[in-house]
Design a protein around this ligand. Structure first.
Ligand SMILES: Nc1nc2c(ncn2[C@@H]2O[C@H](COP(=O)(O)OP(=O)(O)OP(=O)(O)O)[C@@H](O)[C@H]2O)c(=O)[nH]1
Length: 462
């Protein structure tokens, strides 16, 4: 499937829903068995179209994994619960990626509820499934994969304090795992009532906080708990989220109830279409337009604005609800479009590597590796959280298209499998960057032209 499709694919009916939940284990050797926790009668579905993954329940087929993330209390467990009790044609294995030892049981008890009590689950040792415990995490998944054939979808719920980047990279980049599973997408729950406060939480080292990263890296954003905010505020929140992440599809909901096609089997890391990226850009522009009008007489637009007695807009109901334009404005989405038949992949990668690895927009000057970064450097530091694009490399036979994917410092370029859309036939491609420090677009454009040896007009930025 293509994530660019406006309509998500429909899932086939199931003869028997089977939920595979894993029991907890104390060490890496003690791998749990998959257990059936539910046997429920089939419910008629609206379609009979089957997904590739769903029909690939046997050995030798890749299994999709969806990462479900979001800040504490945003509704991740509620979503898991909802997915597991809804009808679909997947036999789902759930991984709870816990942090610390207090929340695990509560969360595990939330999993797989459908009237029944789930008695067994997998709680990954050492909590956070990030770089420091990557090997354990990989081992756990490898062991899990030995049970292949008993399930055909993996849902991984992160802790609310997780940076989804390292977790995603495990499943996206690990060569051993890569043969068995693929990262289908990152789904981020947003607590519509509290997200603005969460985004204000500062990290001591000046790095981006987890909520910001979770929103920026999402393929799907679920604005949850809309019952706790008024409609105007939730619409504003959607606009603000789109300004941060212009490529994620966004839905508003309560109690994490979403069409399962919105979150499962979205192939976000495979199917990238130029048209889709262009649509994201158009939506973003629309959002900006309405925000600009809105902010003309509204001091909330000032990132340093603090609400208080001096506020001259007490009538604004947003004072009682999440207030507009207080999402992390340092994170933006920027789109580069190449208006040439092809571009050099080698040159592009060179440029991309500097952006991602040196955390700066390169000009002709190389960085001084040994130099301790000043406060100003830290403030201006480029932090690209997500890259998504499609290119036609000049080094390849004409017409060949490649998909560019990046999560934090990792990136991957592989051949596109989708048929080209009109946009891809016309130009050499389009790449979207989401991150902090992308505000100076002219500098970014100049840097791109320099590295890729492009004339004015051969590349544009939005
Ligand atoms: N009012 C309201 N409450 C909700 C909604 N969605 C979830 N909740 C409640 O919010 C609380 C937290 O939801 P969870 O699903 O446990 O959130 P979580 O993200 O898994 O939380 P952590 O495990 O702490 O990170 C629970 O009491 C839910 O019942 C909603 O749309 N509206």
């Amino acid at each position: 499937m293509s994530s660019s499709d406006n309509e998500c694919p429909t899932l086939a009916p199931v003869a028997q829903e089977e939920k595979a939940v894993l029991q907890s284990f104390e060490d890496d050797e003690d791998m749990p068995d998959l257990v059936d926790t539910t046997t429920q009668p089939p419910v008629a579905q609206s379609s009979t179209k089957s997904s590739d993954a769903a029909t690939a329940a046997g050995v030798g087929k890749k299994i999709p994994i969806t990462i479900i993330t979001g800040f504490l209390g945003s509704g991740k467990s509620t979503l898991l619960d909802y997915i597991l009790t809804e009808k679909h044609n997947y036999k789902v294995a759930v991984i709870l990626n816990e942090f610390g030892d207090t929340g695990g049981i509560d969360q595990a008890m939330n999993v797989g509820m459908g009237g029944e009590v789930v008695e067994e689950w997998l709680e990954l040792k050492n909590g956070c499934l990030c770089c420091t415990v990557k090997d354990n995490g990989v081992l756990a998944i490898e062991n899990l994969m030995k049970k292949k054939g008993k399930f055909d979808y993996i849902l991984l719920e992160t802790t609310g304090l997780a940076d989804p980047g390292p977790i995603a990279s495990i499943f996206w980049m690990d060569d051993d795992l890569g043969s068995d599973i693929y990262l289908d997408g990152i789904v981020t729950l947003v607590d519509s009532k509290n997200v603005r406060k969460e985004l204000e939480l500062k990290k001591e080292d000046g790095s981006l906080n987890e909520t910001a990263k979770q929103i920026a890296m999402a393929d799907r954003l679920i604005l949850n708990k809309t019952d706790l905010v008024d409609k105007k505020a939730i619409d504003q929140l959607e606009e603000d989220c789109r300004a941060m992440n212009g490529v994620a599809q966004i839905v508003q909901t309560q109690h994490s109830k979403v069409d399962l096609r919105f979150v499962l089997d979205i192939a976000a890391f495979d199917a990238v279409r130029a048209k889709e990226l262009e649509m994201a850009e158009a939506e973003r522009k629309q959002s900006k337009g309405s925000s600009a009008t809105d902010s003309q007489d509204h001091a909330h637009d000032d990132p340093d604005h603090v609400h208080g007695e001096h506020c001259n807009h007490e009538q604004d109901e947003r004072h009682d609800t999440p207030v507009s334009n207080h999402l992390d404005k340092s994170i933006t989405t920027t789109t580069i479009t190449f208006h040439t038949p092809t571009v050099s992949q080698k040159a592009f990668e060179h440029w991309l590597q500097t952006l991602l690895w040196e955390h700066r927009i390169p000009d002709s000057e190389p960085s001084l590796e040994e130099e301790t970064p000043s406060e100003e450097d830290t403030a201006n530091r480029l932090d690209i959280l997500r890259v998504k694009g499609i290119l036609k490399p000049s080094e390849r036979p004409f017409g060949t298209r490649v998909v560019v994917q990046g999560v934090q410092e990792l990136y991957d370029i592989k051949d596109a499998v989708s048929t080209p859309d009109q946009e891809e036939l016309i130009n050499a491609g389009r790449v979207v960057f989401i991150g902090r420090g992308l505000g100076n677009r002219q500098q970014l454009l100049a840097s791109c032209r320099l590295f890729m040896d492009l004339e004015e007009g051969q590349v544009s930025i939005h």
